[in-house]
Design a protein around this ligand. Sequence first.
Ligand code: THU
Length: 159
Amino acid sequence: MQQQYQFNYQLFQHIQELAESDALLLEKARINTKLAYAPYSQFQVSAAALLSNGEIVFGTNQENASYPVGICAERSLLASASVLFPQAHVVTMAISYQSLKGNSNKPISPCGMCRQAIIEHQTRYGHTMRLILSGQTGQIFVIENAAALLPLAFISKEI
Ligand code: THU
């Protein structure tokens, strides 16, 4: 039998259209791209998240001369959040980037490994995570449940 998967997200044209707390997170993510350590790709990614305890945590990509050792901004954020505030979960994560080789006017989308890590976080804490995706300028995507980005994901309940 044919099955169908539907993916819904919101599209905004400008940061001013976002709710105040979402705009603040995206602004932080956009500004913090300069804190990334990305000498190899020159693609600086940054994430800022609001936690369930009201704290805000950050992440940036951290590259390595041995390329696979590098870690994405999203997973560096999840690691920071988990170390600093292990009892709290991420409610909303904003992600942005700055490319030293090109434009930054389209929303970024988390890589497959980060999608898997986000789903582990959601499963661990039993809460969905919102995502705000954008470049330095241009359109903004808001996804209410990050798990929607990885249909039929492999999760711990299957082990
Ligand atoms: N990167 C992230 O940090 N997050 C993403 O969502 C996509 C890719 C990083 C990995 C690498 O340091 C650089 O961007 C280029 O792929």
